[in-house]
Design a protein around this ligand. Structure first.
Ligand SMILES: [Zn+2]
Ligand SMILES: [Zn+2]
Length: 810
């Protein structure tokens, strides 16, 4: 499983050689441990380990990792160093152990020293981790002093990234700084044998954060506090209310997932027509009552990161159909904060909660609310009540969305508890800032061989999201001590992220030094490079980038692209034939416009009396025709996403979308998996780049429609055709360029039906295929590709390039 918590074992052969040279005399070792070693109970672990081995010295947190000096017999020192990796605490991720041997200085004890800062060094920061089994046991133990305390945590669990203002990770640099520990907490915090030793968010009901309930109407007045607030919220939810609940990375809007009326009300208030809501259930057993859960999916659900996992729903499940309309899957997560457990707890005298809708606390596509005042103001019209608390959220983090594909994890939205765990690259990077794309934005900063991809920022379509983006970048630069030498951005001149880069460029030009290099990156090149980077591929590949919208080098809207590329260069080898995007944005929102555009040159479409044309207002149809003919406000597009939209509308599945990808998802959900039949896509060897003509396929679809073939069969045949076409075009490119590695990227490959079929075709044709796992294939993963491309462009001298023969005749 591509989990964020993995351990990398690193031996210490250096130590052995040094020890032999010095002999079994007392010695002193200076050791630096790098990785996720702060906020995971690492220093107390070292303290105990040193005592176990009868070693003296000290340990401290520094901005470069955990640093220690340990003195004693060389054999014990060796054992000690080996055990650092062997016995490390469960949440630690050790990247490197560096040790050097020094003459002894006669330490008398082992102590934990105060943290040390160095401006240029950085550490990996632990993401937020769900409540651990020990804390969970205490939470429901009536004799424990933290019985039912919603902020219970220890060195193995609790908030991290979302409360950290700066490094090193110490309480004064978190939003816990305002809480003065009581004597009991203080004692735990300073006791090396306690499991809360140096647990920075340590708290109890006496000294720590508290929850309280505020009614939606009488904002400001506390209606109930502490346990009573939780009890009231449980009651309100059971009665169909919508409650805003402050969580780890922001607010959720919660309601009963079996109550269709409550969900309809939530949809109405949130202006969210059809987009699926995520739900939360107490445990896997409960989830299995309404979804199918494989072993791999169970493993994902139970990860300490607690992502939302997409699961196939059972027929006739008690979960309201309006949680995810027209979708065979549900996004499900298990509780991750103590408060979630209190809300979902089973009680003998109350009916069980099967599942709660837990959707981001925001209006439509604005950023998720994190502050109490902010929530009361922005969510005032959405929630009937607010469950607030006074532990501030410093970093906004939506929930991560993931799923299992062919037994492995494939992340769809990489956010809470995944960020800021870095993607490890197999080469060193300059310090790069990559600004990302427009939709599902996330940015990326790089240092050494790490790419720190930000949490999900959102669709950059309003000032709130832009400001969240800008403050996020400043925070990442500070946390990871990055001052970008290179800034990468999308070619699209209208993206807010591009305009942000433009602004930096102008500011840079005004200053005296112009050391920062600005590198524009083509959207689909970035998609493929992102897939290559996370798979450790550096040599040239055939890239298949299928998505909705990406600005092309010719100024048109690309999205059905076959490229040949490495990090530095790319060349377009094939693409879907251009069609008009009638009315620009309007055609994206209204798939029927795309259907008209795709059918425009097809005589059979006009004579066949398609239902599609009956559904379109004749006046608008006339306008669309004119837009296509005269190209008024209508760019050309080779988008594959738009082709799926067109087919979806042609089949009467979805004419108007209410969220990105809706029409294509509808088309995928209906596809009959047992169908092996396929529409044949005529592919001819010709001049590169090949323009792949989709008209024959659409003609076949119309013939099937007329013949009364079921839509589920037509959808399947269409999917099969796209998969077969992909492998066919890849074969043509292999003949030309001699490349047999294929990287698949772009939002279209979230379509599991298509991805499975495509991979099986490619395998059969002898290709080695790469897909995304750690990073989303949609625009949420673009920033990683931008970063590695910009790095390659400024780093590798032009003459060193060892690319495919660019000049060969095509
Ligand atoms: Zn714990
Ligand atoms: Zn306390």
């Amino acid at each position: 499983m591509g989990s964020a918590v993995e351990r990398i074992e690193i031996g210490s052969p250096f130590m052995t050689r040094q020890a032999e040279a010095i002999g079994a005399e007392p010695a002193r070792a200076r050791i630096i441990v790098r990785g996720i070693v702060q906020g995971v109970g690492f220093r107390p672990f070292i303290y105990r380990l040193a005592n176990d081995h009868e070693l003296k010295g000290w340990v401290l947190n520094s901005t470069e990792g955990v640093v220690m000096e340990v003195e004693g017999h060389t054999e014990r020192l060796e054992e000690f160093i080996a055990n650092i990796t062997l016995k490390a605490p469960p949440l630690a991720v050790i990247e490197k152990v560096e040790s050097s041997l020094l003459p002894p200085v006669g330490y008398q004890s082992f102590i934990i020293q105060a943290s040390q800062e160095r401006e240029d060094k950085f550490v990996l920061i632990s993401p937020d981790i769900c409540i651990c089994p020990d804390c969970l046991r205490e939470l429901f133990d009536p004799l424990d002093r933290r019985y039912r305390y919603p902020f219970i945590n220890c060195t193995n669990c609790g908030p991290r990234f979302t409360i950290i203002k700066d490094i090193p990770y110490d309480r004064p640099k978190t939003t816990m700084a305002v809480f003065q520990m009581c004597p009991s907490c203080e004692e735990e915090y300073h006791n090396p044998s306690d499991r809360r030793f140096h647990a920075q968010p340590n708290a109890c009901p006496t000294c720590g954060p508290r929850v309280w309930l505020v009614n939606g109407e009488a904002a400001g007045d506390s209606a109930a506090e502490d346990a009573e607030a939780v009890t009231t919220v449980r009651y309100l939810l059971s009665r169909g209310a919508i409650v805003a609940v402050k969580g780890l990375g922001g607010f959720h809007l919660a309601c009963d997932a079996t109550n269709s009326a409550a969900i309809s009300l939530l949809r109405e208030r949130k202006c969210r027509v059809n987009k699926p809501f995520a739900i939360m259930s107490l445990d896997c057993q409960t989830v299995e009552r309404y979804c199918y859960v494989s072993d791999a999916e169970k493993q994902l659900l139970e990860l300490p990161q607690r992502p939302i996992v997409l699961l196939r729903r059972r027929a006739n499940s008690p979960i309201s159909a309006s949680v995810a309309p027209n979708n065979s899957h549900l996004g499900v997560m298990l509780p991750y904060t103590p408060l979630h457990y209190l809300l979902l707890e089973r009680k003998t005298d109350e009916p069980d909660t099967l599942a709660l809708v837990m959707t981001s606390g925001n209006m439509s596509e604005e950023p998720i609310a994190i502050g109490n005042e902010e929530a009361l103001e922005r969510l005032g019209t959405l929630a009937d009540a607010f469950l607030l608390h006074d532990r501030d959220i410093h970093v906004r983090c939506d929930d991560t969305v993931t799923r299992v594909f062919e037994g492995n994890e494939a992340v769809i939205r990489r956010s809470r508890s995944y960020a800021p765990f870095p993607v490890r690259l197999n080469f060193e990077m300059r310090q790069v800032l990559a600004c990302g794309a427009e939709l599902k934005n996330s940015f990326c900063v790089t240092k050494e061989n790490y790419a720190f991809l930000s949490q999900h920022i959102g669709d950059m379509e309003n000032v709130e999201t832009l400001s969240s983006f800008e403050s996020g970048i400043e925070h990442f630069k500070r946390l990871f001590r990055v001052s970008p030498e290179v800034i990468a951005y999308d070619l699209h001149p209208e993206y807010l992220a591009t305009k942000y880069a433009d602004r930096l460029k102008r500011e840079e030009a005004k200053g005296s030094s112009t050391e920062v290099q600005f590198v524009p990156v083509q959207h689909h090149h970035a998609h493929i490079a992102s897939c290559m980077a996370e798979n450790g591929v550096q040599e040239p590949v055939i890239g298949v980038a299928f998505d909705g919208t990406g600005y092309g080098e010719d100024g048109q809207i690309w999205g059905g692209e076959f490229v040949v590329c490495d990090f530095q260069h790319f060349e377009r080898r094939a693409h879907l034939k251009y069609v008009v995007l009638p009315g620009g944005e309007a055609a994206i929102r209204k798939p029927y416009r795309m259907a008209v555009s795709h059918l425009y040159n097809l005589p059979s479409a006009l004579t066949s009396g398609l239902a599609l044309f009956d559904r379109i207002n004749p006046l608008e149809l006339e306008i669309i025709r004119r837009q296509i003919e005269r190209r008024i406000n209508s760019p050309l597009t080779s988008s594959c996403g738009r082709l799926f939209d067109a087919v979806s509308s042609l089949l009467g599945i979805c004419d108007v979308i209410t969220f990105e990808g809706e029409a294509a998802i509808g088309l995928e959900m209906l596809a009959d998996e047992s169908v092996e039949d396929v529409y044949h896509w005529p592919l001819a060897r010709g001049k590169f780049p090949i323009a792949i003509n989709q008209e024959p396929i659409l003609g076949d679809i119309i013939r099937d429609l007329e013949a009364g073939v079921p839509i589920a069969v037509i959808s399947a045949k269409f999917h099969n055709a796209v998969a077969e076409m992909i492998s066919g075009v890849c074969c043509l490119i292999r003949e030309r360029d001699g490349l047999s590695k294929v990287a698949l990227s772009g939002g279209v490959f979230q379509n599991i039906y298509l991805l499975k079929r495509t991979l099986s075709h490619l395998r059969r044709k002898g290709f080695m295929s790469y897909i995304h796992h750690q990073v989303p294939c949609n625009d949420g993963g673009i920033a990683l590709g931008q970063a590695v491309i910009a790095n390659a462009k400024v780093t590798i001298p032009e003459f060193k390039r060892s690319l495919y023969v660019l000049s060969s005749t095509s």
